[in-house]
Ligand binder design. Sequence first.
Ligand code: 3PG
Ligand code: MG
Length: 395
Amino acid sequence: MQTVKDYSFQNKTALIRVDLNVPLNKDFQVTDDTRIKATIPTIKKILDDGGKAILMSHLGRPKNEPENKFSLQHIVGDLEKAYGAKVHFSKDTIGEEAESAAQNLKNGEVLLLENVRFHEGETKGDEAFAEALSKLGDVYVNDAFGTAHRAHASTTVVAKFFDDKMAGFVMAAEIENADKVLQKADKPYTAIMGGAKISDKILIIEKLLGKVDNLIIGGGMSYTFFKAMGGKIGNSLVEEDKLDLAKELIQKAKEQGVELKLPIDSIVADNFANDANTKIAQNHAIEDGWMGLDIGPEATAIFQKTVEESKTILWNGLMGVFEMENFAKGTKSIAESVVKATENGAFSLIGGGDSAAAVNSLGYGDKVSYVSTGGGALLEYMEGKELPGVAALKA
Ligand code: 3PG
Ligand code: MG
């Protein structure tokens, strides 16, 4: 796969798909700029070469028409700061306005197009929409790893209208780092899976069982395992239709010699609220009226020891309800251990929207080996699926 590294963008107009799907607060301020920062090297390379950069992205999930809350105009100032360059904005992604904005662009400048999902052709992967987009640039760059699992017009279909098409630095780095834990992981190798549902993680868990030494499971999905083993989980989260699957996974882990580490205790609460009453409970004996909202002290200690002894760590999903301060401790402690292990030479990959956001908000983004910008995209890649956005660059 060609990348921007060995290409000269002098006097070229690069049409670049980036993933600027960043969280905004009610005043439309960016609350996590990880994805913006991630795009800087690719954009700088193009501008420093003496080229022009035209950016395409989606923001949120609008319903195929313009909606102010999903407008990319809100982030123009953030991009100017990030790139140290003039960033023009076009209210439409295709047609006259976009084309004349592209024409008027000078070398060293950036043009941001409005949210591509304001056109229904984007998510449909419409050819005519993709072709209209392709008119804006001479060369296509895809740096949107976070959206590479979508076969959309700007992520995939547009590539066929270019002779010169390549991956940006984010795309290349994401794949290189994911491949490290998929193919060349040093042992002991520990995967930490969390979050609410087994159903979201089933494929990756099955894949990982053939690779890892330890599989740590925390978060809401752990209670389904305890219920499957005949435990009492009170009012904790459970996927009733996944009980058999949980049993199968426990069996498969045994067969493959993987240490499956479930949290033996929890911080339980009498209400799903930060100010609920709390106590510590063993996970097979949670009383009715109580629900587990974070891993408990014993589980935390066991998980931390395992992580700190590891040489490769893949982390996806939270250990508890991180957004509530009283249930953030488990996730925070695991993050600290991942940092420690990394300092001791382990390779650590943080994947998934929530875990990446947690690690960044704790200020550990630079203290782990790599924080992925992909949620669903990383999971699909790790499950062994070919990402359409990547395949289109090779076609
Ligand atoms: C993400 O945040 O997961 C990516 O930007 C993709 O967005 P989507 O899930 O709405 O396609
Ligand atoms: Mg998503």
